[in-house]
Design a protein around this ligand. Structure first.
Ligand code: ADP
Ligand code: TZD
Length: 589
């Protein structure tokens, strides 16, 4: 995008002499416009945020200068939208907030983005240094930079208008290069009104060249990986969300198909290859994790989601396992178990190097291995089909998700947002994905509250239909954004799996007192009416037929819709599939 400051209007605060004539180049540019021009120069055209002192005018001016400014009801949701945008596009999502409380509200999303390796930039207005440092009690005073630093990848403050270009360039490069993550940019109120010579302002801006440089893997490391794979009798590939983020879809597909190695997608890597692919081992997950002898991780960490690479899950009683790990962050290697063959570089370059090194006569994995997997898959998929065919009343997770599964099959381009406990676990295993980067969920932290922010972010940057499958508790964290969805008329269909509480609605208060149990909500709530309050479509669905009709209409029309899917309140399990992490249960083990 070309930058032409000669035509950019100037808003020098209180400087009437600077008003240019019709064709004259403006003499000055202020901090507001330097921020806007620096973002635009770097291809950033959208801001997710929430206005207030001192950034209200920045939101107005950004809109006036042609940027899309999406205004939210709570900063955490704006931050989550920015994070989703960053993951989907490889352009850092921008979240803009006011100082202290607004900043803190955005910080959870920034921190979550960093933990998940999503590029985003939280820009917050702040109080003047002089007042903050002497703790003189400003409006919304807080030492924001110090608080942000340990919670994100990098944090910067800009004090002078002439440094805005550098500040934004550093933020973009920090968010995108190496392992992507969240960056905090602190902009004190006084900065926005500072003015400088327009031509000097133009020269001070930086268009970041090659913000995520390719990192080519070392040839000897590539050979080590190929040799390790060659020695495998029961190889397995695990694809993580780093592989989805990398946008190296064709090379990843070539690697999987040319080697013939069975693969497991982590939840946000689903769809990198269609879940119906013959080599997908998802339906035999426990078997392949326990039995594999060589496991190649591509953009996936051996954290809690993979049982740290140890224990019964990984068949520790069945002999040694060798790991290959492809990652851009060298310090990730050996973080949980020994990695026999690390491959450090960007996934695109690493996978391309491996494909090139396979040669024409690469031996396929032994059929004893692939056959055993296929047998288990068939059995498990058969069992699943039986369960999905049942039609209990009220609906359970399976009968409701069977509808979603069919919808996604019809519209594989739709983006699926998913949070909750049981609602998350069942959706992940029941709803097949067919295209890369179509599934957004609770990620590395298993955090509730990403739902509406991710849905808005995904709808805004892709223009695709979004289907958000939400536990009723999960939905509550960001539910007010249904107004945002209606305000911008976004093609988002929210389906609330309403089972009357956290995990379910069956708990009782052991004292028999008037308060309900801590996990229980108002019974038979009508979440659909929330959407109606803002002019969207609300549907109460008690059968798979009603759910199917409402979902199809929502996706076809693109109208903001909320379906209250009434689910059996006894159908869920405490904590879904991670019951073992509850301290009381872990103690008993
Ligand atoms: P999952 O939760 O799906 O298992 P993780 O978030 O644990 O995935 O892991 C993602 C990994 O991918 C991180 O270790 C990160 O450093 C890595 N990563 C992200 N982007 C790239 C990239 N472009 N190239 C290489 N590695 C990447
Ligand atoms: N707070 C935050 C920010 N993240 C969390 N993960 C939790 C609390 C704890 N938590 C879970 O881990 S799942 C969940 C909570 C509150 C909600 C589960 O209930 P639900 O889904 O209605 O969303 P199901 O389908 O009824 O289990």
């Amino acid at each position: 995008m070309a930058l032409d400051l000669t035509t950019a209007p100037t808003r020098p605060a209180g400087d009437s002499a600077a008003k240019p004539g019709a064709n004259a180049a403006p003499a000055h540019i202020d901090g507001f416009h330097l921020v806007i021009e620096a973002l635009k120069l770097n291809g950033i055209d959208t801001i997710f945020g929430l206005p207030g002192i001192p950034i209200t005018d920045l939101t107005r001016m950004a809109q006036a200068e042609g940027m899309r400014v999406i205004s939210f009801r709570h900063e955490q949701n704006a931050g989550n939208a920015a994070a989703a945008a960053g993951f989907l596009t490889q352009v850092p999502g921008i979240c803009l907030t006011v100082s202290a409380p607004g900043f803190l509200n955005g910080l959870t999303a920034l921190s979550n983005a960093t933990v998940n390796c999503f590029p985003m930039i939280l820009i917050s207005g702040s109080s003047e240094r002089e007042i903050v440092d002497l703790q003189q009690g400003d409006y919304e005073e807080m030492d924001q930079l110090a608080i942000a630093k340990p919670l994100c990848k990098a944090a910067f403050r800009v004090l002078h208008a002439e440094d805005i270009g550098v500040g934004i360039a550093r933020a973009i490069r920090s968010a995108l290069s190496g392992r992507p993550g969240g960056v905090y940019l602190d902009l004190p109120a006084k900065l926005f009104a500072q003015t400088m010579d327009a031509a000097a302002g133009k020269r001070s801006l930086i268009k970041v060249v090659d913000p995520a440089p390719r990192q080519i893997p070392a040839p000897d490391a590539v050979q080590r990986v190929l040799a390790t794979l060659k020695g495998a009798r029961r190889p397995l590939i695990v694809l993580g969300k780093g592989a989805a983020y990398a946008q190296a879809d064709a090379d990843i597909c070539a690697l999987v198909e040319k080697t013939g190695i069975p693969y497991l997608p982590m939840s946000m890597a689903k769809g990198l290859l269609p879940d119906t692919h013959a080599q997908s081992a998802s339906a035999a997950r426990s078997y392949v994790l326990a039995e594999a002898d060589v496991v190649m991780l591509i953009g996936a960490r051996l954290n809690w989601l993979l049982s740290h690479g140890k224990g019964k899950t990984w068949g520790q009683d069945k002999g040694a396992k060798q790991f290959i790990q492809i990652d851009i962050a060298p310090t990730e290697i050996d973080s949980n178990v020994a990695i026999a063959a690390p491959l450090i570089g960007d996934i695109g370059s690493c996978v391309a190097a491996l494909v090139a090194g396979l040669g024409p006569n690469w031996a396929q994995p032994p059929s004893a291995w692939t056959g055993a997997i296929a047998e288990r898959k068939d059995k498990n998929l058969g069992k699943m089909a039986e369960t999905l065919a049942k039609n209990p009343s009220p609906m359970n997770f399976h009968s409701a998700l069977n509808v979603v599964r069919e919808m996604v099959k019809l519209r594989p381009d739709a983006i699926l947002v998913n949070e909750g406990a049981n609602t998350l676990d069942f959706t992940r295993s029941i709803v097949d994905m067919y295209q890369p980067r179509k599934r957004l969920d609770v990620g590395t932290w298993g955090i509730m509250g990403i739902g509406m922010g991710f849905a808005v972010g995904a709808a805004v940057v892709t223009g695709k239909p979004v289907i958000a499958i939400e536990g009723d508790s999960a939905f509550g964290f960001s539910g007010m954004e249904v107004e945002t969805i209606c305000r911008y008329n976004l093609p988002v269909c929210v389906v609330v799996f309403n089972n009357n509480g956290v995990y379910g609605g069956m708990d009782k208060n052991p004292t028999g007192g008037a308060d309900v149990a801590p996990t229980v909500f108002v019974k038979n709530a009508r979440y659909d009416m929330l959407m109606q309050a803002f002019g969207g479509v609300g549907v109460n669905a008690t059968t798979p037929q009603e759910l199917s009709q409402a979902l199809q209409e929502a996706v076809a029309s693109g109208r903001p819709t909320l379906i209250n899917a009434v689910i059996d309140e006894s159908a869920g399990t405490e904590s879904g599939r991670i019951t073992s992490l509850n301290p009381q249960i872990a103690k008993q083990k």
